[in-house]
Write a protein that binds this ligand. Sequence first.
Ligand SMILES: [Fe+2]
Length: 389
Amino acid sequence: MNLLLDSFEFGLHTQIHYGVGMLEKLPDVIKKYNYTKVLICTDGGIVRSGGLDRLEKILTKADITYTVFAEVQPDPTLEIVEHVKQIYLTNECEAIIGIGGGSSIDTAKGASAAVANSGNLAQFEGKNKLPNRGPDVIAIPTTAGTGSEITHATVLKDTTRQYKMGILSEHLHPKAAILDPQLLTTLPKHVVAITGMDALSHAIESYTSNQAQPITEALGLYAIRLIGKSLRPFVARRMDLEAASQMMLASTIAGAAFIWGRVAAVHALSHPLGGRYRIAHGLANSILLPVVMEYNVSTNLEKFREIAIALGENVEGLSVRDAADRAVFAVKKLVSDLEIPPTLSQINVKLSSEELDVVSQEAFDSGIALANPKDVSAADLRFILERVL
Ligand SMILES: [Fe+2]
């Protein structure tokens, strides 16, 4: 961007409480905002890992009244959100605590929106269409990837259309985020790998997007550096608290970057792939990211060179073009090292020619790819998709 000619906006609206063991401080945050009763919104994984039990003990010890909904599903639907809204209202809660991966936090954000805005949430798809702010959400991520603990977005599935839609609104920023790296150390290897790649997709897409501006670039590049350094060791050994801490920060920082810097073609395509074929969001992004980077690399060689360096590539003596190509190589190598399948066929997803048309058209219609540094038509998105089959 040209700082003399262009203008930009930036703001964060979520109070971040970071630290190893920070979950213990949750009662202080709840008391600070004077909530007398909270709704905990989480999933079965947190129940089975003992996380919910621990949270309940912390709240009980601090005399905080709560209600639990622990049936969040991956790719949360509008129906689930409506159900959570009813539980919130019936129990006269005053805030929602979303604890878990992106699905739990997005459900909490969706339920908050549903409490304050009547009618089907599908009508609020897109940016800044949500009229009212709902009850506060406190987000406690237990994966390092989505950035949902800080962003203005919730991604919900409209089952009637088999469609994952994004609602983006300043009313959706959580009030507070509790970042406790210790919560990441019990995650399975494959979850850590694909959620980490989701964070990397946020960082790279926002850093290279046509909406990038100095602050999002600084955040995005720093997140890429953290991920380049820490994702491999964290996947290899989840008890590595230093790697966990860096991944937790990278995920939130990349989230802050993409609120304003936006995401682009990778996310435009991964949403319909997730909605129609139930491919986990981070997995779809891992498969798409190197190919989208290849498509975009010529738009800004200097930036892709910086990505290569941030990911630990030695670019000394290389031309800018060769150094930029190293960024694509570095991400391909990362996907391979993390043992993530690089194509859709390797995860047993096969798309017919008609399906390729539908997915690429849906990706185009979402408008997400408008932030892509290189213009993309539905045909271009189909071209990208054909390269990951
Ligand atoms: Fe994402």
